[in-house]
Design a protein around this ligand. Sequence first.
Ligand SMILES: [Zn+2]
Length: 331
Amino acid sequence: MLLSPTQSRVALRCALEHKFAILAVNADSPAAITDCLEAARECDAPMIIETSLWQLTGRSFGAGDAVLGMTRYLAELTVLANSGRYRDVPVIYHTDHIKGPDTLRLLTAAIRGLPFGDSQALLRASTISLDSSEMTEQQNIEHIAALCDAAQEAGVAATLEMEAGVDDGVTEIEVADRLLAAVERRHPGHLYLWAPGVGTQHGLSDKGYPFSAEAVAKHQRRASEICGRPIGIALHGSSGLAESDLKDGVAAGVAKVNWSSESLLIRSRAAQEYYAMHTAELEKSHQAWKATAMDNGMQSFVSSRYVPKVVERIQILSGTGKASLVRSQLT
Ligand SMILES: [Zn+2]
């Protein structure tokens, strides 16, 4: 089931209360979405499927048009998440790294709802964030405030993640005071996730990460004090982190763990292996060339390698069995 913005708040609060984190995968193809839901179903875990701008404008979705991309992405996810097979998996659709001149137009549409064909149905994102890495603090505040305005004007709920310097080492606690308090004062009740820097880095690297679970705990406490409700920490750049760091992070208040680089690497390496294994079959004289060439051949192979890795990740974050828990808290 695809969760609404208000249902997503319940899921995030449940994660904080019960000390687990929801895995948030940047799924960049329809097959990747299916694989993530399959892993979540296998674990009885909730799942966040998220997209950055590069996915929405990519060939599999918008082919250059981000609004079209989000509409298509949400349409596919809505159909899949509400199908009989995945109805019991609480699924959040989150907008991840969105930046550039189209940011507000795109995210406002995601909050108000994207028209879907000729029907009256509107497709809405469950939770929203934007990439503030090239913004000043004031610009970050103004953008988040504009999204709150858009939700209020449309009479709909928006559930937001605010970030600050996620790649720049450990964020000082005063930044939480400046950013979160400024938004909360003007627009109380919209923020539910806080993504400060806690020593992680986006991308893949062999160098050690100065991850600080202590910073997670400090920021989680301060953010919750400022907003007057439990605020979970969203962890960016989790790909290079040790399992023990992830577990310590969850114990300290991480409620959402973004996963992109490693996920992409697993999928692309599996595809590489598939084509390397089947070079002979891809000769046009070969009997099996068609079955080998079809998208399903490669995607099924990738799935066999990828789904167990997603399951492993969900288990590290203590997500196993938590779908039932989240469902029991949804009214
Ligand atoms: Zn990120």
